[in-house]
Design a protein around this ligand. Structure first.
Ligand code: GDP
Ligand code: MN
Length: 379
């Protein structure tokens, strides 16, 4: 889960990183009062979980409370890269002598963390990284050693950051590790004309499996880029959108992953990962089918269930009852095995839906589903 800038700012402050004084509101009138309290001159900043707010007009300097209200009015409701602005943060402006970039990110491929830092931070960092990669230092951080003062000094030296940034680099590492984040980024980290180092912006991505995240920020607002994933998440489904044409539903993450492999081995591509878990109620089945069938790329659906604690007849009942609320528009291949498989198959046979067919084995079911998906006209 990504945090909003104002939440990241809160975490930074708790770990002793200097941040501008600031407050959040969803009202332009209140923005005027907050600006007054902050001394009149403020920066008004859109709170959306995407970068590039400055370039999109979502960061504005206001000279006085009236200007802050006007700026908040312009920014609230604005669309920034598909994110609607619901709240703004008003911050006491900081005088900038230099802008730096610093981040720590989990490098899954390398099995380590990476410190990325540059003396040329600010809104153009992506261009800097693309045009002059040598201006951006990338230094692996061994997770068992972490960022000690010596390591931080090495990062600062490599990136050309001032010695005073060393302490911030150590504290930022503490944010990453103690708050269970997989990414922390400060852009810009600024040096003021007095030499003070201040985090002017912040991005934090928390590990969705972290207890801390659930306790402090709740289960809401896990971000989904894909609209089908967002819809599935809202229904409590374990669904991941993929690029293929065979919809896949199964019970148990391991079985579903194996199903994706078998579909691929048959020359087709899975359209999704959907684990309906142990419950497999009619509601879950209907929700799952609805999400999968609304993916225009799907040409056939494969239901692969191995009955354990969940009996196959319960799953078959779920499919049949789901048909009350779902209009089946694509062929469904069902493989039921394990606990009460015979009864489950009988339930589906009795329903005799023209678009539902059954297969005895997982390979056979995947073969049928793949052939149906790859046929010129599967219906
Ligand atoms: P982003 O565009 O979403 O990354 O938003 P930022 O919070 O990074 O703000 C964009 C740019 O606005 C920064 O790089 C700064 O140049 C400028 N900016 C933001 N806050 C201040 C401030 O307090 N003082 C000054 N002088 N510039 C600011
Ligand atoms: Mn920024």
């Amino acid at each position: 889960m990504d945090l909003y800038e104002h939440q990241a700012r809160e975490l930074f402050a708790e770990h002793g990183i200097v941040v501008p004084q600031a407050e959040v509101t969803d009202s332009a009138e209140e923005a005027r009062e907050i600006a007054r309290g902050l001394g009149g001159r403020v920066v008004v900043k859109a709170q959306v979980k995407t970068g590039g707010r400055g370039k999109a007009g979502g960061v504005r300097l206001a000279a006085d409370p009236a200007a802050a209200e006007a700026a908040a009015r312009r920014i609230l409701g604005m669309d920034i890269k598909g994110h609607t602005v619901r709240t703004v943060m008003l911050a006491r402006p900081v005088d900038i002598a230099a802008e730096f970039y610093v981040s720590y990110v989990l490098d899954r491929a390398a099995g380590t963390f990476l410190a990325i830092a540059s003396a040329e931070g600010g809104t153009e960092i992506e261009e800097v990284a693309a045009d002059r990669p040598e201006a951006v230092a990338r230094i692996p951080v061994d997770p068992t050693e972490g960022v000690t003062t010596a390591k931080a000094a090495q990062i600062a030296e490599a990136a050309g950051l001032p010695p005073r940034a060393v302490d911030v680099l150590v504290r930022l590492w503490n944010v990453l590790t103690r708050e269970d984040a997989v990414l922390v980024e400060v852009n810009p980290l600024v040096r003021t004309p007095h030499g003070q180092i201040i985090a002017l912006d912040g991005k934090v991505t928390l590990d969705d499996n972290a207890r801390f995240r659930r306790e402090r920020w709740g289960a809401q607002e896990v971000t989904h880029d894909d609209p089908l994933e967002a819809e599935a998440a809202a229904k409590g489904l374990n669904y991941v959108k993929l690029d293929g044409e065979v919809g896949v539903i199964g019970n148990g993450a391991g079985l579903v992953m194996a199903t994706l492999d078998v579909v691929a081995a048959c020359g087709a591509r899975p359209a999704d990962f959907l684990d309906i878990g142990g419950g497999a109620s009619a509601r879950t089945m209907a929700d799952g089918l609805n999400v999968i069938l609304s993916d225009p790329a799907v040409r056939s659906v494969l239901v692969n269930v191995f009955g354990g604690i969940t009996a196959c007849d319960t799953v078959a009942d779920g499919i049949v009852r789901a048909l009350d609320s779902v209009r089946l528009t694509k062929p469904l291949v069902v493989r039921l095995d394990g606990n009460n498989a015979a009864r489950g198959r009988a339930v589906l046979d009795a329903r005799a839906h023209p678009l539902i067919r059954q297969a005895a084995t997982m390979d056979g079911a995947a073969r049928q589903a793949a052939d149906l998906a790859l046929a010129a006209n599967p219906l």
